[in-house]
Design a protein around this ligand. Structure first.
Ligand SMILES: [Zn+2]
Ligand SMILES: [Zn+2]
Length: 118
């Protein structure tokens, strides 16, 4: 049997105490979850952060959940780099390693044009 009392837990993120209510305890016990370690606002913040800024964790995870048959590629992930030729910001479709020169699209076109001259 569960004790029908609310419990006070301490959030591991913000160190604030939060209420783990009797009904939540029941809910967690039913699913065999361990006790929550974060208050609801930290959990919400964490979820939101994971939702919008998919901060470079896995880049190939590409299922968007839409189910209309067509597999539609999202916008390609672009990285910012400094153009080795003109020094402006360049957006490149690969992660700049620093060992190779990176060119902005303009300089890239120029480079190509000059190297494929003959
Ligand atoms: Zn918190
Ligand atoms: Zn450039």
């Amino acid at each position: 049997m569960y004790a029908e009392t609310d419990k006070t837990l301490t959030c591991i993120d913000c160190n604030q105490e939060f209420m783990f209510t009797a009904s939540e305890q029941q809910f967690y016990a039913d699913r065999q979850f361990s006790e929550p370690r974060r208050c609801s606002s930290c959990r919400a913040a964490k979820k939101a952060a994971r939702g919008d800024t998919g901060g470079g964790g896995y880049s190939s995870g590409g299922y968007s959940g839409g189910g209309n048959g067509g597999y539609d590629r999202g916008p390609r992930e672009m990285f910012s780099a400094t153009c080795s030729s003109c020094g402006r910001e360049a957006q490149v479709p690969f992660r700049p390693t620093g060992s190779k020169p990176v060119y902005c699209s303009e300089c890239f076109t120029n480079q190509r044009a000059s190297s494929t001259r003959y």
